[in-house]
Design a binder for this molecule. Structure first.
Ligand SMILES: Cc1ncc(C[n+]2csc(CCOP(=O)(O)OP(=O)(O)O)c2C)c(N)n1
Ligand SMILES: [Mg+2]
Length: 524
């Protein structure tokens, strides 16, 4: 057997033996030894092989599978620019401690800097974004160290393959595989959080710093403090609409807490961040402080969920929060029309029990944060590591490939940014709801609104019809313009991939309504 085949088979065997179930491969010659070894294993049913021609798409698709399964996912590409196309997803994985196992094929090191075709500096190309890197040659490589590092985030193995690279027909190596699934969780040390505050608030960032919904719910329940969440679809007992009523300085002043506990980090609303700054004591729980966010400031820091030694919240403190929340809910319930806010409210209320939701950055995730009534029964995901509008279709499809029925709510730019994510030949059930405001609506809610050149460099209208684009790709697509049609969409079983485009009022109009809603909070 040639060295390249031996090395590839050894790596693939260890990956399967560790209990890894999915791999995403992109076409190329230099990665042939790995691609063919994974293909042979997939024919046996030992691993599920996904193929994506666009490496950026491939890496985000893998990230989606990781989100849905919690298991590491290897991605395999050829040498050269292919490697750089993985970079956005590697960064996102780094900022969410996600176990993305990047396998880039390379030519032998001796060919570097010689003008050899498709040969560049691939070693350490992802810099500090990976927890472990190895530049591998020779016929063997033990995976213990990379597997260990995957518990804390992405790992990069640059694998040098020399000719010959095509394998023999032997399948003996597959017969020898014995799966003994590894646990890829990070290690826990018991810790205790002490606080004697009885006017405390718990704030939970959208991705909970990667901590599981169940363990965070349990923690929140035991703590019993008013809880503000960025993801109301994961925490039915949260205070509804906090990001909206906390836009009022008067309400913030009435609700100054003694202590806040923050799980993960808050990235969605200025109102919540302004509120957090009012707390004299901030306690943070976020595993990322052990990796990418080591300099994060807090009065007390935990990288895992601690045991509690705290006081119950004073009943009048809880009542105060409920009072503002209820008054705000009245205003939100009264909203009508086909606006971005109403669409968010209705998506949240009508997603079927047991469904999965992916939501893109920008306005969609903020509208759900503000306008959704907290509930359970939906599993939500988003790319909050770096909040990119790239790779969103692919991440959603990765999640959907490992879930029963998935809805993905994307802005129009987020959708257009990742069109190649729609190129694949798998059976995946995912309904995309594209909120089409012809550009980046979020910018109209920011101070740059109205500056000279605003439309050119911020708004960026495209004038395209996402439904027509999807149709041209052979994907079932429709356009809706009423809440009734939206409800129908959410009620229909998700079969295959479909695109539903919601054409909403102008970005300026939307920003004006949001502003009016925030201003009304001063008099509730
Ligand atoms: C890869 C990447 N490029 C640029 C940005 C900056 N950005 C944040 S939101 C946004 C506009 C998104 O537009 P859309 O998806 O249509 O959502 P909307 O703002 O209209 O709700 C942009 C360009 C980003 N977050 N990620
Ligand atoms: Mg938009």
């Amino acid at each position: 057997m040639n060295n390249s085949t031996s090395l590839a088979r050894m790596i693939v065997r260890q990956i399967i033996e560790a209990g890894i179930t999915d791999v995403v491969v992109s076409p190329g010659s230099r990665n042939a030894p790995l691609s063919l070894a994974f293909f042979a294993a997939s024919k046996r049913g030992s691993i599920k092989l996904h193929v994506r021609i666009d490496e950026r798409t491939a890496a985000f698709f893998a990230l989606g599978i990781i989100k849905a399964t919690g298991r590491p996912v290897p991605i395999v590409c050829t040498s050269g620019t292919a490697v750089a196309n993985y970079h956005p997803a590697v960064l996102e994985a780094s900022h969410t401690n996600a176990p993305l196992l990047v396998l880039t094929a390379d030519r032998p090191a001796i060919l570097r800097k010689t003008g050899a075709n498709q040969t560049t500096e691939q070693a350490r190309i992802y810099g500090k974004a990976v927890r472990y890197f190895a530049d591998i040659d020779g016929p063997v490589f033990p995976m213990e160290l990379p597997f260990d590092s995957l518990r804390n985030g992405p790992v990069h193995l640059n694998v040098q393959f020399d000719e010959p690279m095509l394998p023999d027909k032997s399948e003996k190596w597959l017969d020898e595989i014995v799966i003994s699934a590894k646990a890829f969780e990070s290690r826990n040390k018991p810790t205790t959080l002490k606080s004697d505050a009885n006017r405390g608030v718990l704030v939970i960032g959208h991705d909970r710093g990667g901590l599981g919904v169940e363990s965070v719910r349990k923690f929140a329940k035991e703590l019993g403090w008013p809880t503000i969440v960025e993801d109301p679809l994961s925490f039915p007992d949260a205070v509804a609409h906090a990001s909206i009523f906390l836009t009022s300085a008067q309400i913030r002043a009435a609700l100054i807490p003694q202590t806040v506990i923050v799980i993960g980090r808050t990235t969605l609303s200025r109102s919540i961040n302004t509120f957090l700054n009012l707390a004299p004591t901030q306690i943070v729980i976020d595993p990322r402080m052990a990796t990418v966010d080591s300099d994060r400031h807090a009065d007390k820091r935990f990288t895992q969920i601690p045991e509690l030694s705290t006081r119950k919240a004073a009943p009048e403190w809880i009542e105060q929060w409920e009072k503002y929340s209820l008054r705000c809910a009245k205003g939100i319930d009264a909203l009508s029309g086909f606006s971005e806010a109403v669409i968010a409210r209705e998506i949240a209320a009508n997603l079927p029990e047991g469904s999965t939701l992916f939501v893109s950055s920008s306005r969609p995730i903020r509208d759900l944060e503000g306008f959704a009534t907290p509930r359970a029964g939906v599993t939500t995901h988003a790319n909050r590591g770096l909040a990119g509008i790239d790779g969103n279709i692919s991440t959603a499809l990765g999640i959907a490939s490992a879930s029963a029925q998935t809805f993905a709510v994307l802005g129009d730019l987020s959708f257009l940014h990742d069109l190649t994510g729609l190129i694949h030949r798998e059976d995946i059930n995912c309904c995309f709801i594209v909120i089409n405001n012809d550009g980046g609506g979020i910018f109209s809610t920011l101070p740059q609104r109205g500056v000279d050149g605003f439309e050119s460099v911020f708004g960026t209208p495209h004038g395209l019809d996402p439904a027509a684009i999807a149709s041209a790709m052979g994907i079932s697509a429709s356009t809706i313009s009423s809440i009734n049609e939206l409800k129908k969409t959410l009620k229909s079983p998700v079969k295959g991939i479909s695109i539903v485009v919601a054409n909403v009022p102008s970005r300026d109009e939307n920003a004006d309504s949001l502003k009016a809603m925030y201003e009304s909070m001063n008099s509730i």
